[in-house]
Design a protein around this ligand. Structure first.
Ligand code: HEM
Ligand code: HEM
Length: 198
């Protein structure tokens, strides 16, 4: 029930997948909702940005748990398919793991402001932390302006131009498997008791 089996995902992998998935989708909705429908300096616009930041830093904790769990639990066998399909799926999954780390992390590292972990604890702005002042600036001599511009580029341009395409591809593949191939792929990521797997 809790652990993965040869045929499907267990409750822990499923819960972590959906927490991270909904956090990403919510963060896209918040940031683009603000950009498309609100004046940037409105009160609601500010609330949406701080919610985006709070969800973003909190998801880092779940991503860390997810990676640890992935390393300790067994992995279900892949569905039937050609070698090319297996290669495409595992490549996209690997890139999505990288995205899950890089996008929220660059969001935190690159913004000068503080964010609320789990909407409860204020994290200090990264530029005021010992890691930035002593290591990044002190040891490597990197100024905040150049550090911020690299983090910003990865977070905003990567997030807005590249990452959503990968996520859209991933969702389309899941829906294609479930409703065209009918091979239980979506069901095994929603129901820990999925034992039959074609
Ligand atoms: C699930 C994690 C996250 C996702 C998917 C995400 C996605 C994005 C995207 C796509 C943009 C660019 C929007 C545009 O082109 O206008 C953006 C902007 C931004 N993000 Fe994130 N982000 C995440 C986490 C974070 C975190 C952890 C922080 C900070 C603690 C953060 C702070 C910001 C800020 C300040 C902006 C710029 C808003 C503006 O001035 O227009 N994000 N985010
Ligand atoms: C509505 C949105 C989503 C749907 C319907 C969905 C569906 C699925 C399904 C069905 C699988 C299982 C694939 C298999 O059995 O081989 C899966 C795995 C995976 N998903 Fe999603 N997903 C969604 C959103 C996301 C998002 C937003 C991310 C990351 C940002 C993500 C990252 C992953 C990763 C990395 C795996 C591989 C799991 C592993 O083997 O550890 N998914 N997803």
């Amino acid at each position: 029930m809790f652990r993965n089996t040869e045929h499907g995902y267990g409750l822990i992998a499923i819960t972590l997948h959906w927490i991270v998935a909904f956090a990403f989708i919510a963060n896209y909705a918040l940031i683009f909702g603000r950009e498309w429908f609100l004046a940037p300096r409105s009160d609601l616009g500010r609330t949406l940005i701080s919610t985006h930041m709070a969800i973003g830093v909190s998801v880092i904790v779940f991503v860390a748990l997810r990676i640890i769990w992935k390393l300790v639990d067994r992995q279900p066998s892949p569905p039937k398919g050609s070698r090319l399909e297996h290669l495409a799926a595992s490549t996209v999954h690997l890139i999505l793991y990288a995205v899950m780390i890089v996008i929220p992390l660059t969001g935190y590292l690159g913004t000068g402001g503080s964010a609320r972990l789990f909407f409860l604890f204020d994290l200090p702005p990264f530029r005021e932390t010992w890691i930035f002042t002593t290591i990044v600036e002190g040891w490597f001599g990197i100024t905040w302006e150049s550090f911020e511009s690299v983090m910003d580029f990865i977070h905003k341009t990567g997030g807005a131009r590249v990452v959503w395409v990968l996520i859209a591809l991933h969702i389309s593949a899941a829906l294609y498997h479930q409703f065209v191939r009918r091979d239980n792929i979506l069901r095994r990521m929603t129901n820990p008791r999925t034992s039959r797997f074609d």
